[in-house]
Design a protein around this ligand. Sequence first.
Ligand code: NAP
Length: 302
Amino acid sequence: MQLLRVYFFCQKGFLINQVREKIYFMSIQLDGKKVALETEEMLRERVKALQEKKGFVPILATILVGDDPASATYVKMKGNACERIGMKSIKVELPSSTSTEGLLDEINKLNLNKEVHGILLQHPVPEQIDERMCFDAIDAKKDVDGVTSLGFGRMSMGEKAFGSCTPQGIMRLLHHYEIEIEGKRAVVIGRSPILGKPMAMMLLNENATVTICHSRTEDLKDQISLADIVVGAVGIPKFIQGDWIKDDAVVIDAGYHPEKCGDIDLDQVIERSLAYTPVPGGVGPMTINTLILQTVEACENS
Ligand code: NAP
């Protein structure tokens, strides 16, 4: 009898451990598509309320310079997202020969247009244009894409500002899934003005210990291996190897490439991760969603 009882307990203990291990190792998919869809429902209500109270809906002005097909697709997707929540968008399309002055004129017109609540200048612009000067010409109140130096500075100082949409979208995703940030070691690979740099500042603002890596980083693999939160924003398909990432890390892949993969070789890491963003369907939908969310906020503030 005693023997049977011991056997029973061993079995039970074993089963409990199995269940525990299963729960412990089940990684969370940070589903950007789902969060974006849920947010759209809420935004539709807010747009309706604006229409009823103020008699107008938010308007996003998009500026596309040149004929890059990928940029044209992104602008179209942004216009479609506006339509889905009942907002309006107006398109400004300029030839690839546009000068910095020509583009500044267009931005200034939109800054002065009271009907426009948000301005998006699609990146990248043709080489002859001073992109930074043009981004910085956008009125901070209409900088719903979070690209101005002023907005970056304010955000970095913890002041109110529209965040750059991709990193802001990533933060929203981390918050939605209640991923712990404070005290965690975060490694951001990439330091571009629209992604890596603001990402690092946003994580720092939430008390992560942040390392920024870039093309001159000498011990990239070692840095990544220490990270509790890894953000890949390199622009090279599957550049970050899954086996560089430790078990139970939160893996955020900001990249998206025509091969339908990101900047991280996710296959090698998903099962060992605490949480991960799928590609596609992770960071991408959150970027556009953050743009429309911030445009609605800009209209509410106006
Ligand atoms: P980017 O401007 O080209 O910046 C790439 C960054 O990666 C740079 O800081 C660069 O370092 C760094 N880098 C390049 N090679 C490296 C290497 N061998 N080792 C370490 N770092 C390296 O690109 P981005 O605009 O930030 O975009 C990054 C990725 O995010 C791309 O895959 C892009 O498609 C994606 N993205 C997605 C969205 C979205 O909505 N989902 C939006 C924007 C971007 P240096 O500064 O030293 O050159």
